[in-house]
Write a new protein. Structure first.
Length: 246
């Protein structure tokens, strides 16, 4: 049985009709109205219900299939694959991006300590010998489902960080409230396959694809504020970027 989907289409809007369908279905997937595995009306029925042409509806469905949100299955129809988080490539935190998209992120702090900085971390954060850092590992949830496993090290001469604060708010929000003005970040994005621990925490299969990100953020005074390594479920997460011709 196809899921009930209420789409609002404004035929007087300058926004193309097919794009209104795309954004409407994307919103329904992200807010949980359409859950993973939900079946959509076929294109003929959806076109009739919206009083739109079938080519318009097909163009919208094709775009959603290309983006990885829908899949067409012979004998089954069109189904939701997953509510994928599509994150713009900019200096923001996952917590910020999820909140802006209307999701309600939650966090489990798996490890938290205040320790002497390991040599590699001390060099990355440009700290003096003997300096200490906050080290923590968090599991970030979106719509109640595990999305990202995040390990970070933060210098301790800027703000006092608590395990409670990390469970309640995003790291960048904590730092911004302490007066940190982020300026730039060195970031590397890659891919890896899930090991036993990652698979268990992220509720995925061992060997499944994960998106990885390493980042070191710098503030407007030149301080290397934090560095971290995050992994995300590959079927639920992607980065978006815009390329410019020079």
């Amino acid at each position: 049985m196809a899921a009930t989907l209420n789409l609002s289409i404004d035929k007087s809007s300058p926004i193309p009709l097919y794009h209104q369908i795309v954004t409407g279905i994307e919103a329904a997937i992200h807010d949980g109205t359409l859950s993973t595995g939900s079946k959509l009306d076929n294109e003929i029925d959806l076109a009739a219900r919206l009083t739109l042409s079938r080519p318009t509806v097909r163009k919208a469905m094709d775009e959603l299939v290309r983006s990885g949100l829908l899949v067409r299955k012979r004998g089954v129809g069109t189904q939701v694959v997953a509510s994928q988080v599509r994150r713009p490539l900019e200096l923001s935190s996952l917590y910020d991006d999820l909140t802006r998209s209307g999701s309600k992120p939650t966090t489990a702090v798996l490890e938290f300590s205040h320790v002497p900085a390991p040599d590699g971390i001390r060099e990355t954060l440009l700290l003096a010998p003997g300096a200490s850092v906050y080290h923590f590992i968090r599991l970030r949830y979106a719509a109640g489902k595990p999305l990202a496993l995040m390990e970070n090290w933060v210098r301790d001469d800027i703000v006092e960080i608590s395990e409670t604060a990390l469970a309640d708010r995003g790291l960048y929000d904590i730092l911004r409230r302490a007066g940190v003005n982020f300026r730039l970040a060195n970031q590397r994005i890659g891919a890896l396959i899930a090991d036993d621990r990652q698979a268990e925490l992220l509720h995925t299969a061992v060997g499944s694809a994960l998106v990885s990100m390493e980042r070191t953020a710098v503030d407007d005074t030149g301080r290397h504020v934090e560095t971290g390594h995050h992994v995300y479920r590959g079927d639920s997460y992607s980065f978006e970027l815009t390329l410019v011709q020079r």
